[in-house]
Design a protein around this ligand. Structure first.
Ligand SMILES: [Zn+2]
Length: 124
């Protein structure tokens, strides 16, 4: 059995992060995944694809965005780990039962907290 790919509009349509119906902005990035940003929430194609997969896995139909899933409490029973400290998901995933981020800072020993956040260091 094969699964159909999750479709995400590239140039215009509903943003899978904030649910705005927009024309996505060509940022001029050479990387397609870092381009086509939402003019409302700044999510690039990379984050919009990630959000679409999260909505597919955890959304209650017909949730159209990761914002809608978060507002509906769809992450409340989850323990979420995000390997990174930037991007449009931080505030949305903070509604999870637990939410841990990690990032690699070369001058901070693995496992220590850094910059007063819950972020932890890890090796890439
Ligand atoms: Zn958006």
């Amino acid at each position: 059995m094969t699964q159909s790919p999750i479709e995400v509009p590239m140039r215009s349509g509903l943003c899978s992060v904030c649910a705005s119906d927009v024309t996505f902005l060509d940022t001029g990035s050479r990387s397609i995944r870092e381009n086509y940003a939402c003019p409302v929430c700044d999510a690039t194609l990379r984050y919009r694809h990630q959000a679409a997969v999260i909505v597919e896995l955890y959304g209650v139909k017909p949730a159209a965005s990761i914002s809608a899933v978060a507002r509906a409490g769809g992450f409340a029973d989850l323990d979420v780990y995000e390997p990174g400290v930037i991007g449009p998901f931080r505030d949305l995933l903070a509604s999870a039962g637990s939410y841990i981020q990690s990032y690699f800072w070369p001058d901070v020993p693995t496992g220590e907290l850094h910059k007063g956040t819950s972020a932890r260091t890890s090796r890439p």
